[in-house]
Design a protein around this ligand. Structure first.
Ligand code: AMP
Length: 301
C-alpha cells in the first residue's frame, strides 16, 4: 500500500452558522484532507503551524497515524480563517483571514517524502503547489485542488501548475470562472485541455461530474439530513479520493469512480459536525455502510 503526501494549509478556524458559533477549531485544507485520506492509507503531511497550535490537534494527527515530520512548527501564530454560513449553507462568506506564519511558508519536503507516488496538492497558492512538485521525482498520480481566490489573483501560476498534474478538483462556479464556459460539460473538456487528464467538478449537495479520457461519470452526493458545518467538505473529498487510490495502487477510470465515491462519503460524514469532530471517532464500518448504500442509490438497472 502506498502512502499519500498531502500538502496544504493547517488552520485555526472560527465558523458561524445561523444557530451555532465555534472558535479555535482545527481547520485547513491539509488537516481535513489528511484525516480523510487516513481511513485508507498512511499519510505524510506537509504544512506549517505557529507555536499557538494546540497539542490536542497534533494528538489527533498522531491518532490517525499521520506523519507530521513535514509539518513545520515555527514562532508566531497559526494561519487563522473565519467564515459565516447563511441559512442556505451553500452560501458562505469569509469574515477574516490572518495569514500569520503562512505568509512566509515554503513547503519543504523531508527526504523520505520525495519519492511519494500519490500526491494531493490541497488548497494553497498554486506557486507553493508547484514548488512541491519541483522537489519530487515524477509521482505516479498528482491531484490538485484550488479555490476562487487563486483563479482571481494567481491565474497564471495556476495554469502553469495544471500542466503538471493528473487530476484537478474544483467546484462548479470555479470551473466556469477558470474556463469562461457557461455550462459544466464544456468546462470539464476545457479544463482537460489545460493539462489534467482527469477533472472532477463538484456540485455541492448535487454531487460531482468526473471527466476522463472519453469517459464520463455523474455521481450524486450521499443524501444526508443532518448538515451542521460544510467547512472542509471539498478537502475531505479530495483526501478520500487520493487515499483510496493510493491504497489500491492502481489508477484507471474505474478506480477513480470508486475513489470519488469514497471521497464523497467521507465528506458527507464530516459535514455532520463542526471541524473534524465526526471523523475523530469514525469507524471504517460506517464508511463501508454508506458505500454499500451509494451503490444501491445509483443502480438503475
Ligand atoms: P473548504 O470548505 O473546502 O473551502 O475548506 C475550508 C478550509 O480552507 C478552512 O478550514 C480554512 O482554514 C481553509 N482556507 C480558507 N482560506 C484558505 C486559503 N486562502 N488558503 C488555504 N486554506 C484556506
Amino acid at each position: 500500500m502506498s502512502s499519500v503526501l498531502v500538502v496544504g494549509s493547517v488552520a485555526l478556524d472560527s465558523v458561524k452558522t445561523t444557530t451555532e458559533q465555534h472558535d479555535n477549531l482545527l481547520g485547513g485544507s491539509a488537516s481535513y484532507a489528511s484525516v480523510a485520506a487516513s481511513f485508507w492509507t498512511p499519510v505524510n503531511m506537509v504544512g506549517i503551524v505557529g507555536e499557538d497550535f494546540p497539542q490536542p490537534f497534533l494528538d489527533l494527527f498522531a491518532k490517525k497515524k499521520i506523519d507530521t515530520m513535514g509539518l513545520q512548527r515555527v514562532p508566531g501564530k497559526t494561519f487563522a480563517w473565519s467564515g459565516e454560513y447563511e441559512q442556505d449553507m451553500n452560501n458562505r462568506r469569509t469574515l477574516s483571514v490572518e495569514l500569520n506564519v503562512f505568509e512566509y511558508f515554503q513547503p519543504i519536503l523531508p527526504e523520505a517524502y520525495r519519492q511519494s507516488e500519490f500526491v494531493l496538492l490541497a488548497n494553497i497558492a498554486p506557486k507553493l503547489q508547484s514548488h512541491v512538485l519541483d522537489q519530487m521525482s515524477r509521482p505516479k498520480f498528482v491531484i490538485a485542488d484550488t479555490m476562487d481566490l487563486w483563479i482571481n489573483i494567481a491565474r497564471e501560476d495556476l495554469c502553469e501548475l495544471l500542466k503538471r498534474v493528473d487530476m484537478l478538483i474544483l467546484n462548479d462556479s470555479e470551473a466556469k470562472q477558470l474556463t469562461g464556459c457557461t455550462h459544466l460539460i464544456s468546462a470539464g473538456a476545457a479544463l482537460q485541455k489545460m493539462g489534467p487528464k482527469y477533472v472532477a467538478i463538484k456540485k455541492g449537495e448535487h454531487g460531482c461530474l468526473l471527466f476522463g479520457d472519453k469517459e464520463f461519470f455523474a455521481m450524486p452526493a450521499y443524501p444526508i439530513e443532518n448538515l451542521k458545518d460544510p467547512t472542509g467538505a471539498g478537502d475531505c473529498f479530495a483526501g478520500g479520493t487520493i487515499g483510496f487510490l493510493a491504497a489500491g495502487g492502481e489508477v484507471s477510470f474505474k478506480e477513480l469512480k470508486r475513489a470519488i465515491v469514497c471521497g464523497s462519503i467521507v465528506a458527507s460524514i464530516n459535514v455532520e459536525s463542526f471541524s473534524l469532530k465526526r471523523l475523530e471517532e469514525l469507524d471504517q464500518r460506517e464508511i463501508n455502510l454508506r458505500y454499500k448504500l451509494m451503490k444501491e442509490f445509483t443502480r438503475f438497472e
